[in-house]
Ligand binder design. Structure first.
Ligand code: ZN
Length: 315
């Protein structure tokens, strides 16, 4: 009996493992992306894997109807999620759906836009405030100024013209512009991104916007000659938005720099904090770092090659 009591007391003294933190609920939104330009069906499983492998996120894919299809039954309950990650580029949404999304972000919902998601909804004023800057889909000087870095500072430029352009997909260097932001803490001052489109001449209201990293848009590759915003955040109401212009295709998504900034940016948009460590495999100022297990999620990938050398010819 004494032994039983003693063992009961001892058992009571053994600390229970801390309950695991609840997973961050993520809506991964897709359904179309800029006509033939983006293979969004290949991109969604990559984004899902990259988020879930952190152990922080529970990702649910929500696929919107395509343009011209019936939206009357598409009423996602945004409030079930802490953050919406968008792999989605469409022309427009019905007004009630737009209002529901605006209310969700204003009330503190998070948003992450990946690459062509900043092409989406060219004429939706509130969406353009959320993403800070965007390109294509009718955007021009009426959509807002050009925003880029000049002499180490973010400037706006009211020069008229269309919004959105890019050159061939080649590796390029990202330069950190706000090393103290939670998403950027511990990242190098400069790092090479795997071959990708480098968006230039994005336009928008730029309200409550902080640019975290830029890349030089080289005129030798159809560029603007400016240091263009590549990673940025905005605040919209109580909501936090992380906007990455990176990520044209699976090859680009295999870059460790893309993966880490997506994972960190999504955690920040959902919670306002970043708890993840920067891996030792993070790219350096002059060398790309990519994951072949991610590259191989594109059926066109040839095993053993740098995904950049295994991709179809650049447009
Ligand atoms: Zn693209």
């Amino acid at each position: 009996m004494r032994a039983l009591i003693l063992s009961t007391i001892l058992l009571a003294l053994i600390p229970l493992p801390a309950p695991a933190a609840p997973l961050i609920r993520v809506m991964l939104l897709d359904g179309e992306s800029g006509g033939p330009y983006h293979k969004w069906q290949l991109v969604t499983p990559v984004l899902k894997k990259e988020l879930e492998e952190t152990g922080l996120f529970q990702v649910e894919v929500v696929t919107a109807p395509k343009a011209g299809e019936d939206f009357s039954n598409f009423k996602p309950d945004f409030s079930k999620y802490q953050v919406v990650v968008s792999n989605y580029d469409a022309a427009n949404w019905p007004d009630t759906l737009k209002a529901s999304f605006e209310q969700y972000i204003k009330a503190g919902g998070g948003l992450v836009t990946v690459h062509a998601a900043d092409n989406s909804f060219g004429q939706w004023t509130e969406y353009n405030k959320m993403i800070g800057v965007g390109g294509w889909r009718g955007r021009d000087e009426n959509s807002g100024a050009l925003w880029y870095f000049k002499d180490g500072k973010l400037v706006s430029d009211n020069k008229p013209g269309k919004a959105g352009a890019h050159g061939r997909r080649v590796p390029y260097q990202l330069v950190t512009r706000d090393a103290s932001h939670p998403i950027m803490k511990g990242l190098p001052a400069a790092w090479m991104h795997q071959g990708d489109e480098l968006y230039n001449s994005l336009r928008g209201p730029g309200e409550n916007m902080t640019v975290l990293a830029t890349a030089f848009s080289d005129p030798a590759n159809s560029g603007s000659g400016h240091d263009e915003p590549m990673l940025l955040i905005t605040n919209y109401g109580k909501g936090r938005v992380f906007h990455t212009a990176l990520g044209h295709d699976v090859n680009a998504l295999s870059c460790v720099g893309f993966i880490v900034t997506l994972q960190r940016g999504t955690e920040w948009a959902a919670t306002g904090k970043v708890t993840q460590k920067v891996p030792a495999t993070f790219p350096s100022a002059d060398t790309v770092s990519y994951r072949t297990d991610i590259a191989a999620m594109d059926p066109g990938y040839k095993s053993g090659l740098n995904p950049l050398d295994a991709r179809p010819p650049a447009r």
